[in-house]
Ligand binder design. Structure first.
Ligand SMILES: NC(=O)c1ccc[n+]([C@@H]2O[C@H](COP(=O)([O-])OP(=O)(O)OC[C@H]3O[C@@H](n4cnc5c(N)ncnc54)[C@H](OP(=O)(O)O)[C@@H]3O)[C@@H](O)[C@H]2O)c1
Length: 347
């Protein structure tokens, strides 16, 4: 029971339980409904070791985490539900990671909770997801290879798949940030100026139009990777799918909980990192995988397991600060996530 899963009764929580079960780990399931937590344990073929606690009661949450040493938080929207869970994890002396894709929450964890995590003697690594952790680690590999970077341009391309109910709720609550594009990183500082649409060439030579989106790696990468300008965008089709007329909050509950196994298996993601070093050298990292939710289950569990096995310095840290980028990325090839460094993309 070293690992507690908060939001274990949700869609992403269920995939995290399945990954823990696959590794022979027996998690503690935490959430607000004993019945739904027991059902989640049964579905994952795990012992029904549950603790009931709501985000409205931090003391009860900390009590629920007391038997654990690390917490994986899967309950979004994180901007609203995340702070009490992190504070309770620290109060219980647990390492912390989460499945947030929300730029604003990730920035809050890293900026506002570093001192508290240090005082608690534990490490908090937000956004252990496919979409944030993978580019964060790959950016560090690029700067290790090329030296300090003058610019880094990241493109997310996701083909197929649908959003889970929790992702839709996070999108609805974060719509103001989605419309504005969130923050960018210019001349060594974060700024509200969003990137302009551009055209990027994919590895197969096809061109893709990009669009602004508040991606979380913009707030993680510059903390461990020396870079002057950082831009992260999504392909324009993905942005339309994520932001076009999201269903009203009350009708999300009637939707399926998330993509079914067939849709997950058919989904493909490609994350491209195009770097220009201050030396003038260029390189591209291509990250490829399938099934964003299944990959997030693997990256979140791997993060928690690594925090427990080899605790880094206490604090609120990015994946690259807390974990060993090369070894972490290499461990993911067994799960269908590949990364390759190549010559620059043609311009
Ligand atoms: N690449 C990425 O960025 C990425 C990848 C994967 C997941 N995510 C994020 O992960 C999050 C989870 O998504 P999901 O689809 O798993 O959501 P979900 O199925 O709706 O599950 C949400 C979970 O949170 C719990 N919860 C909600 N409000 C609570 C409260 N007040 N107190 C205690 N528990 C509460 C729910 O418990 P009940 O069962 O009691 O309702 C449920 O267990 C989303 O924010 C999503 O965007 C991001």
């Amino acid at each position: 029971m070293a690992v507690a899963v908060f939001g274990a009764s949700g869609y992403q929580g269920g995939l995290v339980l399945a990954e823990l079960r696959r590794r022979g780990l027996r998690p503690l399931l935490v959430g607000r409904s004993a019945a739904r937590l027991r059902e989640a344990a049964r579905r994952a073929d795990l012992p029904e070791t549950v603790r009931v606690a709501d985000t409205a009661d931090e003391e009860a949450l900390a009590h629920a985490f007391a038997d654990a040493r690390a917490v994986i938080d899967c309950a979004g929207p994180f901007a609203r539900l995340g702070p009490p869970v992190l504070r309770a994890a620290l109060a219980a002396g647990c390492h912390y990671t989460d499945t947030s894709g929300e730029q604003r929450h990730v920035r809050w964890v890293l900026d506002a909770m570093d001192d508290a995590a240090r005082r608690a003697g534990v490490t908090a690594v937000p956004a252990a997801t496919d979409g944030c952790l993978l580019p964060d680690l790959a950016a560090r590999l690029l700067s290790d290879r090329l030296g300090p970077l003058d610019s880094l341009f990241i493109t997310h391309v996701v083909e197929g798949g649908t959003s889970s109910r929790g992702s839709l709720r996070s999108l609805v609550e974060g719509m103001d940030d989605i419309r504005s594009g969130g923050v960018s990183y210019r001349d060594g500082a974060w700024t509200e100026a969003a990137p302009e649409p551009a055209e990027v060439l994919l590895p197969d030579g096809a061109a893709v139009r990009t669009a602004r989106f508040p991606l979380p790696e913009v707030v993680t990468i510059p903390r461990a990777t020396p870079v002057r300008n950082l831009t992260a965008v999504v392909d324009a089709d993905l942005r339309s799918r994520l932001s076009a007329a999201p269903p009203p909050a009350e009708s999300i509950a009637a939707l399926p909980d998330g993509p079914d196994p067939g849709a997950r298996a058919a989904q493909r993601f490609t994350y491209l990192l195009d770097a220009l070093a201050t030396s003038g050298a260029r390189a591209r990292v291509t990250l490829r995988g399938r099934d964003t939710y299944g990959t997030t289950a693997v990256t979140a569990v791997e993060t928690a397991v690594r925090l427990l096995a080899a605790p880094p310095l206490p604090g609120a840290l990015t994946a690259s600060q807390a974990l060993r980028p090369g070894s972490f990325l290499a461990s993911l090839s067994a799960h269908g996530v590949d990364h390759a460094v190549s010559a620059p993309a043609p311009v």
